[in-house]
Design a protein around this ligand. Structure first.
Ligand code: NAP
Length: 244
């Protein structure tokens, strides 16, 4: 029986790369997304044709409890089980500190942090029944270090995801492993507005001297999800090219 991986925010960026990486390794994949219908169905088709696995695209807002419950029920109806969950869906709202509002703050926490809690809660219920599973929360180095007050809402959500990782690991032990990864800068839509000068300055702090390709993050996620990482639990792993 093939393992099933559910990747939230699987339509683009790190999530898409993770879906592809799971499919390459022979997992059936569920691609969650919010608005990118075309990208999600193209990816579903791509991985089915290229890797011969089953794929399902499910539109659901991870911050909406009803939608999350419905998504998880759909996946269980279709596949019967979920072995790996990657809480990857996330947003970053770029505004100056002075312009940051409660609306920005709440939206960021709702999707990045509460969304992670909700999907983990509904998927965790099935994993516990089967006494097996792995959850990876895609946090950020922003959840550990603090560099820019303009991203204080994002940073708080990512620090919260690390705290959530520890509590979920305690709650679900010994059956479900719960880990977090903290990527540094990654080449995705999330960073498409950054100017050259800023990118150069950031690269001067990275030993690799470049931003990551999404596949470099995805490979770590899939390793951590797999039985090869069976003794790694309650951990936060930086994947940032070496910050100096
Ligand atoms: P991205 O390219 O902007 O993609 C975001 C993904 O999240 C899309 O698939 C989007 O779906 C989905 N999404 C957004 N809101 C959602 C919601 N409410 N419900 C369900 N899906 C939702 O982002 P990325 O750069 O790949 O980032 C992925 C994760 O890595 C995020 O959690 C981010 O914080 C984290 N991260 C990113 C970086 C970086 O430098 N890029 C660094 C560290 C951590 P649609 O396509 O339908 O909009």
């Amino acid at each position: 029986m093939r393992k099933v991986a559910l990747v939230t925010g699987g339509s683009r960026g790190i999530g898409k790369a993770t879906v592809v990486e799971f499919a390459k390794k022979g997992y059936d994949v569920v691609i969650n997304y919010l608005v990118s219908d075309d990208r999600a169905s193209a990816l579903q088709k791509e991985v089915q044709e290229q890797y011969g696995v089953r794929a399902l695209a499910v539109k659901a807002d991870v911050s909406d409890e009803k939608a999350v419950k419905q998504m998880v029920e759909t996946v269980i109806d279709e596949f019967g089980h979920i072995d790996c969950l990657v809480n990857n869906a996330g947003i970053a709202i770029d505004t100056l500190f002075e312009d940051k509002t409660v609306i920005h703050f709440r939206k960021t926490l709702d999707i990045n942090l509460i969304g992670t809690f909700l999907v983990s809660k509904y998927v965790g219920k099935y994993m516990i029944e089967h006494k097996t599973g792995s959850i990876i929360n895609v946090s950020s180095t922003n959840g550990i270090d603090t560099f820019y007050p303009m991203s204080l809402d994002y940073d708080a959500s990512k620090a919260g995801m690390i705290s959530l990782t520890h509590n979920l690991a305690l709650q679900y032990a010994p059956y479900i492993r719960v880990n977090s990864i903290a990527p540094g800068w990654v080449l995705t839509d999330m960073n498409q507005e950054l100017d050259e000068e800023f990118i150069e300055k950031e690269c001067s702090h990275i030993l690799a001297n470049r931003f990551a390709d999404p596949s470099e993050i995805a490979r770590v996620i899939v390793f951590l999800s797999s039985d090869d990482a069976s003794y790694i639990n309650n951990e936060v792993i930086r994947v940032d090219g070496g910050w100096k």
